[in-house]
Design a protein around this ligand. Sequence first.
Ligand SMILES: Cc1c2[nH]c(c1CCC(=O)O)Cc1[nH]c(c(CCC(=O)O)c1C)Cc1[nH]c(c(CCC(=O)O)c1C)Cc1[nH]c(c(C)c1CCC(=O)O)C2
Length: 359
Amino acid sequence: MSQKFPLLKNNLLLRTLNGEDVERPPCWIMRQAGRYLPEYHTVKKDKNFFEVCRDAELASEITIQPIRHYKNLIDAAIIFSDILVIPQAMGMDVKMIDGVGPSFPNPLRTISDYETVLNYKVDVEKSLHWAFKAITLTRLKLNGEVPLFGFVGGPYTLLTYMVEGGGSRLFRFIKQLINEHPEWAHKLLQKITDVAVEFCVKQVQAGAQALQVFESWGGELSSRDFDEFSLPYLIQINERVKQILGKDKVPMIVFSKGSWYALDKLCDSGYDAVSLDWLWNPKDAVKINNGRVTLQGNLDPGVIYGSNEVITEKVKYMIQSFGGGKSKYIVNFGHGTHPHMDPEKIRFFLEECHRIGST
Ligand SMILES: Cc1c2[nH]c(c1CCC(=O)O)Cc1[nH]c(c(CCC(=O)O)c1C)Cc1[nH]c(c(CCC(=O)O)c1C)Cc1[nH]c(c(C)c1CCC(=O)O)C2
């Protein structure tokens, strides 16, 4: 699809991802659209979460809400959707239950379940057409204010949801799968990767200007199992998406939560940026990275519950420890916002990032 979009007025994020020196670090927040914003509830009302994602008008409105709410403080939008739309496109039923989270009525538990998914003929264009429509509409409505992120879940994280049937504490079923039937795990991970690659490419063709891959359960793997069941697929996504897009390729960020042991490898994985959770002291991450990629992160979102003085002190430490924020650094949280957060505290956090990051 070749579509003329409004000229991008704020390209701070893209310049930073390109490794250029900048005037201050770009700022955005994982889960910046959502339940902590009163206007989110006004739009969502009692509608089902996935119903909202599939409605391009509603999804674009919710995507733009934080950009409007924090005018000139946020440097990127991220399309309102979910990582679990890939399992849906692979023929699985996924429900979002209020107060509980995602739930799969029929998780993958037997060889016959694996075969069903592997034989399922995925039509990304058809099953996710609403996502492309929402991206195109959002890009138009953003009017070049800030760039728009598309995203996908990491294959290991998606497979975890598909076999566990929802969130988990013990990860019993995925651990059983990778240890008892590693060959089936690899076949499923490869199929998810193929769908993720196509979904990423089509998001960019629909208007996404950057991509983030969320490997939210990466830290549940041992270092050795991460190398076998997560990293190769993350690398494939980055390589194949860029290869297919050629000269139209966009920058890509990888976020593998909890995978501290993998930072060195992630810096060599071909991604333009690596997003860090709050377990990292930025100084150690900067040392390991040694200038290879742009780093993103990593404030503990819990800091938002602190006083303004505490927020200021921790923002200052973060930005200074990442090297001052004038190159190869993007401000973010170490994970998403919480529904209980005070939007005014988040405003204060963003203002402080601008102030401290500009000096
Ligand atoms: C693991 C994961 C999911 N979804 C996502 C991840 C990866 C990031 C992470 O590790 O958090 C990614 C995601 N989910 C959502 C976005 C939208 C864009 C944004 O960051 O603003 C993004 C990027 C919206 C959402 N996705 C979800 C909500 C809450 C829906 C609601 O009830 O209104 C939102 C705004 C639902 C969701 N979706 C998922 C869970 C576990 C939940 C329940 C969480 C909860 O109840 O707090 C799966």
